[in-house]
Design a protein around this ligand. Structure first.
Ligand code: GUN
Length: 276
């Protein structure tokens, strides 16, 4: 059994991006927009801005109050869309209640969609003509590649069908020739399906959701969860201590998928800046 070091892989990839930026005559610029006071979102945004600075991406941070209107959010995104020094725009989700995130995100032009959430980028992914791919699923593919996991013909099970993680994850695995099952809250006999997974990706958001009896001997387990356990400690979706021994490799929380998500945001910002 191996515990995957997402932090180490992230550091390697960030060093490569830093080199690339230093050797380019364009300085990539990323605008990060946060609306309201969600404490978790504030931490995520702070980490994203810090990571930008470390590798030479210029970051522009915009904070709107909890009381911001739909029009105020959309007007800001329209203004950022016009700025040449900004190559990528990220609207931190979730937005405060009452705001329509889908309508707001439609104000981020496809060329500056570093989250890969736009209809265009999702469509390209579905057609296996990927351009900018959602950061968390892309980071997971880099982890699997780095571990030498051969996906061809394997059964990959994704728990969770969100537009931001589950759906793009399933599509990437399918494009890599895995046989993919997507499970969700209405799935009948989730446990039995998970037990047949060669690769199990959990994006549920519930502590200790994936238990040892749901995991096949030798499976690869990827944990996207960011939860708090009963003692308030950060933990993933997987009952790590009991599951790890059954796996061939497993990502921990923290230190697994999380650092890769931010790294892929940097990677995507370089794609939009360098028009790759
Ligand atoms: N909130 C949590 N994760 C993400 C993400 O990857 N992108 C955006 N825009 N918001 C998020």
């Amino acid at each position: 059994m191996k515990i995957i070091d997402g932090k180490a892989l992230a550091a390697t990839l960030r060093a490569e991006l830093k080199d690339k930026i230093e050797n380019s005559n364009i300085q990539p610029g990323l605008a990060v927009v946060i609306v309201g006071n969600d404490p978790a979102s504030r931490i995520y945004v702070r980490n994203k801005i810090k990571a930008c600075g470390e590798i030479g991406i210029r970051s522009f941070s915009y904070e709107l109050p909890e009381t911001a209107t739909q029009k105020e959010v959309e007007d800001l995104l329209d203004a950022l869309a016009e700025k040449d020094e900004i190559h990528g725009i990220l609207l931190q989700l979730p937005l405060p209640k009452g705001l329509d995130s889908e309508a707001a995100m439609a104000h981020i032009p496809f060329e500056k969609d570093v989250d890969g959430f736009s209809a265009e980028n999702l469509g390209l992914l579905t057609l296996h003509k990927e351009k900018v791919v959602a950061c968390t699923p892309l980071g997971i593919m880099k982890i699997l590649e780095n571990e030498g996991v051969d996906l061809c013909g394997k059964h990959a099970v994704v728990i969770g069908r969100s537009d931001t993680v589950g759906k793009p994850m399933a599509m990437l695995l399918l494009n890599a020739n895995a046989t993919v099952t997507v499970c969700h809250s209405k799935t009948v006999d989730l446990k039995a399906i998970c037990r047949t997974a060669d690769v199990l990706v959990s994006a549920v958001g519930k502590a200790k959701f994936v238990t040892a009896d749901m995991v096949k001997e030798g499976a690869v387990v990827i944990d996207v969860g960011m939860n708090r356990d009963e003692d308030g400690k950060l933990c993933g979706d997987v009952d790590f201590e009991n599951v790890k021994e059954k796996t061939s490799c497993i990502t921990p929380v923290p230190g697994g998928v999380g650092p890769m998500t931010i790294t892929m945001l940097m990677y995507n910002t370089c794609i939009t800046a360098f028009k790759e």
